[in-house]
Design a protein around this ligand. Sequence first.
Ligand SMILES: Nc1ncnc2c1ncn2[C@@H]1O[C@H](COP(=O)(O)OP(=O)(O)OP(=O)(O)O)[C@@H](O)[C@H]1O
Length: 850
Amino acid sequence: MEEVVEGTTTVKVAVRVRPLSDKEIREGGTECVEVTENSVTLVQENQQPHVFAFDHVFGVDSTQPQVFDMLGMPLLDKAFEGYNATVFAYGQTGSGKTHTMMADRKSDDRGLIPRISDNLFQRVGSLSSETHKFLICCSFLEIYNEIVYDLLVPRGKNAPKTGLEIREGKGIGVYVKDLQEIVVDSSDKVLKLIDQGFEHRATAATQMNATSSRSHCLFIIKMHQKAHGSKHLSGTLATDCPLVALTLPLSQDEQNAGNNNFSKMNLVDLAGSERASRTGAQGDLLKEGANINKSLSALGNVINALSSMASGSKKVFIPYRNSKLTRVLQESLGGNALTTMMAALSPSKTNADESLSTLNYAKRAKTIKVNATKNDEAEQIAKLEEEVEALRAKLAEQATGVADTSRYETQIAEMEMFMKQTWEDKEKQSLQHEEERKRLEQEAQRNMERLNEERKRRFLMLEEKGDLELLVQELKALKGGEKWTLYTSTWPSQVARLLALENRVTAQCRAAVLLRDAVLHDVDHWCEKQRQVQEAGGKEEDGGAGLRILLQQAERKVGTMLREFDSLAKQEQELAGEIAGWIPQVQKAVRGIALEGSEEEEKERDKTEEGGKEAGKEAGNEVSEEFVEVLSLILRQLDSHRMKIWGQVAEDHKALGGFTAQLKTLAECSSALGADVTELTEEMQFELEVGGSSASRQRPLPYHSDEVAAALASPQGLASEDLPDANISASSNEQACSSLRLYGGVNRMKTAFGGWSPVQDAESEYIQVDLGKSIWVSSLALQGRRPISGDWEATRPLLAELLDPGDPLPPNRIFKRPPVRLIHDVVVVRASDTTTTQDLDQRKTACKTM
Ligand SMILES: Nc1ncnc2c1ncn2[C@@H]1O[C@H](COP(=O)(O)OP(=O)(O)OP(=O)(O)O)[C@@H](O)[C@H]1O
């Protein structure tokens, strides 16, 4: 900045060209901007080169310290002398405005604002003494969609929707009412305030869907200095008046003795200046763009008007009031401030049109004359007193009339407040603000914790309730839930199907129990009749016809019972399949949503890096978090649901078992009577032949009854843990077994992982179950009522492994198969331990041919 001759200086213009970005290189952008120390030449195809001269030009290799030396240092010099100074960065989005003004404020690459702050405090440190005091205050504001926000105040729900007001008063100038000014005593404190401001900006940006490049940002540093032996630092400061500061009257001695001045530095990062048509914006974005364009074109109009005025021909109206931006910058553009425009440029030919528009803008700005005067305390205070007097006179004049005088009273009160406020008051107020801010932040933190606790409590309640239907409804009701319908749309119907299946299984189980009771009743009845016949010396009244009818009845019921058992097994399998099929869906949703969340975060991070701006957490991610939490609840719920169902199935099976003893009695009585066993159903014959003590064969039981009892004691489960690594194979032929399926452990993999079906594998006589490695098996299902035939040697190890008596089968490891089949398998395995395979085969053949 050259030496200021009051009233005659012009706006200084600097241009900075950033290097080509990766994106521009990818899009085939080549450089179309050439620079010298003071000129920029824009070269466009088929056009004359456009040449512009400016005060400073920084090329693609320019460094942040160079920019600070050329722009920041002179600005600070003038501020220390008592001049107001402004730097505003103008340019299209991504042209390097924020990089120049701020960049990474903690790194060596930091921009103008952090450097100005560092240097300011270095100078203050070396100049401060008992007789030379400084007071530095900062404010930080944002203009978004024509609303002024204080970035140093958290934007709570109670914040006025209209934002802060811009006011003007004679002697005070233009100021933002209620804008916070924070007293700072170190550069670190300034950086903390900037961090705070960016935090509030990011949060608000999320609420408003704004991004940093869509708003104008002003960081204001006000410096008050008082020198020369004053006993009391009585300079007053205008808290609400960032554009003009005031002081209390000082004694003549003090005024004469000291250099009591104040100054204000406005450091402005404007929104990107590109045209709406180029951004493809629509709807709210278009409105936002229109507001940006409105304020930037208002700035352009002000610059044009000021520029024409500078050419000196005639008096020109300056339309400062057309936008908040021009109003706030009024003092900097043609008012009491030394102003520098920093025009940022992309060098790419793909941005040549925008660059040309920026350069034209800058060229016009260069002609603006500014009328900077030193902020003289005595002069300012005299102006203020004059104004107060004038207002008092107006008030007195109108006090007798009907006119509303409250306006004047307010103005007087405001001015008096400015005048009365001492330096110490200001510090006190700033401290109070700081405390208030901390209190608000703590309160916000507490509210957040309360909200989280409330959420946890709700989830806990849902978990305790264990109601899948409620959980799925909760999921639907979550804010943003509609975003994930891709995953969840079918879940309500799945819950309904699951509940219906559960009801059907319960009903089927009840029917099977009823049938079993009916069978047992018939068998008991038959045995009782038989006992009576024996007591009567073996004489049957009707030649045995009654007994045979009873026997046939019992046989028919056994047949029906077995069919019901089969049907129960099928329904249980369907239920298991429903849950097993759903769990991976929920897992997929959890994975998908988590992935999308992290991709969004990634994108946000990319954006942040590219724009060099802080960005807040996306609201969408928070929704995903809540979503994933409810999904996990659903997953846990499904798991425990399955456990509950299988627990119930195990109980049912237990209730269904335990009738072999009666069947044995039936067989024994029947053979003692010489009844024709061929009339028994095939199933009954088999049960009696293999599992019971067939009296007709007059053979001792081929196994220890204890072992059988032990095996029969747990008819509801087949399970084994940690099977050996060796492959296990079992065999059967297709008549013997309609399917075989192994289920994974309840705590590990949840779904069936090995299966065989004769329909799909009609050629194969053997079921090969290759478990590969040690796997926790929670259940084995064998469907079908026919005896297993084929190679017993292969079947036995599998069943023996799964039915290890040393590993009592806990009820929650489920065997999904009618007890009759189970009894058969257990008996076969136990029997085969003490019987040769040949014996078994013979007995089987005998059984079949009987
Ligand atoms: N002089 C430079 N040297 C190196 N990289 C730069 C320079 N200027 C800008 N960049 C890089 O270019 C990208 C865009 O810059 P920046 O965010 O400062 O643009 P902007 O004009 O502030 O954009 P917006 O209008 O969106 O706020 C950033 O990644 C930044 O680091």
